[in-house]
Design a protein around this ligand. Structure first.
Ligand code: ADP
Ligand code: ADP
Length: 227
């Protein structure tokens, strides 16, 4: 069964805007999908649906064959989302920020600290656990947000233009590092971007959308890494 499947999804916002028109998409476990397209084509709307934050007006969404409606939850599957803004708590250290989802899930202290150390290592921030967010650069804050998203070892990682606000050098390094995290952790990833270069470089499949109304116009696997 696919990790995610969207069948005949329509989305009409209350003000009448049709954001998605008959979207069909099936994502297998372990895929790294880029959602690519111009502003307003419905990328964020689709991503929010995958996170369970929006419901379609019409159509069906399944996570590993289940719906939110029938189970009331994701059945124990862990979903993490990363936004364009780092959204760290400014008064808490990087370690405390990254540990937050584990504290909320009441993971024992010792195990949580171990997972936080692993996550910080994974994003190259081992030395910055005691720092406050404002002491770090924008790129490092994004790394910390990424660490907080992966610390729970999510089955599904959703990213909404996560590196869009960063300079090109920093963005390229983060792209490589995210790809490496995906390879190591076997997560299913959906990554929203405006950049065809970034999409082709980072993902295993690129899904292209058009605007007005938002729909999928191309769906292409990427064969092997670009050198
Ligand atoms: P993208 O992420 O590709 O830029 P969005 O999913 O944000 O696209 O938006 C798709 C369309 O839906 C756009 O026309 C946008 O203006 C509209 N839209 C997004 N959110 C809302 C909302 N809460 N209410 C009304 N219209 C919205
Ligand atoms: P591992 O592979 O390290 O043995 P898992 O991949 O099963 O462990 O889970 C990673 C960690 O996330 C575990 O320590 C687990 O206790 C913790 N965890 C379990 N459920 C949740 C949850 N709902 N939210 C956050 N963390 C959780």
């Amino acid at each position: 069964i696919p990790a995610l499947s969207a069948q005949s999804i329509d989305m009409r916002y209350p003000n009448g805007t049709v954001a998605l028109d008959n979207v069909n998409l099936s994502i297998q476990s372990g895929e790294f999908i880029s959602l690519l397209g111009p502003s307003g084509c419905g990328k964020s709307t689709l991503l929010k649906m995958f996170a369970g934050l929006e419901s379609p007006t019409k159509g069906q969404l399944n996570w590993w064959g289940q719906t939110f409606d029938t189970t009331g939850s994701t059945n124990g599957w862990r979903i993490s989302m990363v936004f364009q803004e780092p959204t760290l708590m400014p008064w808490a250290t990087i370690e405390e920020n990254v540990r937050l989802p584990l504290d909320l899930a009441k993971i024992p202290r010792l195990r949580a600290n171990q997972l936080v150390a692993e996550a910080l290592e994974g994003v190259g921030l081992s030395k910055f656990g005691k720092a406050l967010p404002r002491e770090l650069s924008g790129g490092m804050q994004m790394r910390a947000s990424l660490a907080r998203a992966i610390v729970t070892k999510p089955d599904l990682l959703l990213l909404d233009e996560p590196f869009g606000a960063l300079d090109e050098f920093t963005r390229n390094r983060l792209d490589s590092d995210l790809r490496e995290l995906w390879r190591k952790n076997k997560m299913t990833v959906v990554f929203v971007t405006h950049s065809i270069y970034e999409a082709v470089f980072i993902s295993s499949r690129v899904v292209v959308m058009q605007a007005r109304p938002g729909k999928i116009i191309a769906n292409m696997p990427i064969e092997g890494p670009i050198e």
